[in-house]
Design a binder for this molecule. Structure first.
Ligand SMILES: Cc1ncc(COP(=O)(O)O)c(C=O)c1O
Length: 359
């Protein structure tokens, strides 16, 4: 069997490791940028009552028309722009890359950036080019990036705005320079839009090569797996051809439309997360031996002194707190850890354990 696998599976696929999600059973879960807030009982009751009406024997609406309409209304999608729904924004990253994939074509982003851009580009057979961010503040090194665009002529550029895993939002003028210099598509990935006041959504249409990618995951609906791509109808129509039929299941379509009708509740949760992020940032800055970076997302990146990132990560885990260890994932992230903003009591438990481990 191994011979057959070696003969049939591409060597670059065999060299990959499947995406690993650590077991978090029973832990305070601060590793995956989830919203920690639940829904009040009456809202859950109303949602459950609606679920009972879904015909599980029927295929879902292939376009998710109702959820598209609700998204348009609640997210202020420019009326002249089209929408494409994905099973998480991860799927939309895949559809974008599959729709332009050709041997020798390049995809460009910044490093450290969202890992899926590199991973899916490789799977689609595209070459990935990562341009390092500035080491001091993780801002874009614009001259280096413009030079890389000129040299590599990328078919597609991804920029996460704010960026994962660093948490900062790039300078909007830098982003505009990149859009204008790009020979191909530029996708602004606004996964963390609930936690910042800045967006390129309202600028769609100003450049023919600009698309905006969003997700409902970080605003509290990670379980539903619903992302959306917004852009000029001609682009969206092409990318839609790569999508498999019925990619958004009926339970997700119903639940997302339901949740978006309660958007004020989700907005209030995002406001609470933003306020808690500022408290957490202040408390982290007070601890000796570590340096937190500013964030416009629902997580904070911090660097620990004396090469102790692995020890602190494991020490937190032993105390029942799961965060993300980025040490070793990229040279610029040496000794870096990333914590998602949780409920106030979760953040307090994290801070207490962290201060015990660093003192
Ligand atoms: C920048 C960025 N884009 C996209 C995603 C994927 O989100 P989802 O597939 O849950 O929509 C993530 C998840 O962490 C992210 O950080």
């Amino acid at each position: 069997m191994n011979d057959l696998i070696a003969r049939l599976v591409r060597s670059d696929i065999r060299a990959l490791k499947a995406y690993h999600v650590p077991d978090s059973t029973g832990m305070i879960k601060l590793d995956a940028m989830e919203n920690p807030h639940g829904w009040p009982e009456p809202v859950i009751g109303e949602w459950l009552a609606g679920l009972a009406g879904i015909a599980l024997n029927r295929y879902p609406d292939p376009q998710g028309q109702q959820v598209q309409q609700t998204l348009r209304e609640s997210m202020e999608i420019p009326p002249d722009m089209a929408l494409l729904l994905g099973n998480g924004s991860d799927e939309l990253i895949e559809l974008l890359l599959l729709s332009i994939a050709k041997p020798g074509r390049k995809v460009l982003s910044v490093d450290p950036g969202f890992v899926m851009y590199r991973m899916i580009a490789g799977i689609a057979g595209l070459d990935y080019v990562g341009v390092p961010l500035r080491p001091d503040d993780f801002s874009i090194d614009l001259p280096a990036l413009l030079e890389a665009i000129e040299r590599e002529q990328p078919a597609l550029i991804f920029l996460a705005y704010p960026n994962n895993p660093t948490g900062n939002r790039f300078d909007s003028d830098d982003v505009v320079r990149i859009i204008e210099a790009a020979p191909g598509l530029v996708v602004i990935d606004e996964a963390y839009s609930p936690f910042t006041d800045c967006s390129f959504l309202g600028l769609l249409g100003d450049w023919p090569n600009l698309l905006v990618l969003r997700t409902l995951s970080k605003m509290g609906l990670a379980a539903l797996r619903l992302g959306y791509l917004v852009g000029p109808p001609a682009w969206i129509a092409e990318i839609d051809k790569v999508r498999l039929p019925y990619n958004i299941n009926s339970l997700t379509q119903y639940s997302a439309a339901f949740a978006l009708r309660h958007k004020p509740m989700l907005d209030e949760q995002a406001r609470a997360i933003r306020a808690e992020r500022q408290h957490l940032l202040k408390d982290l800055a007070r601890l000796d031996a570590l340096h937190p970076y500013p964030s416009e997302a629902n997580f904070i990146l911090f660097r620990v002194a004396d090469g102790r990132a692995d020890a602190i990560f494991h020490g937190l885990k032993e105390r029942g707190i799961l965060i993300k260890n980025l040490n070793g994932s990229h040279p610029l992230l040496q000794d870096c850890l990333r914590v998602t903003v949780g409920l106030p009591e979760e953040n307090q438990a994290f801070l207490a354990a962290l201060s015990a481990l660093t003192s």
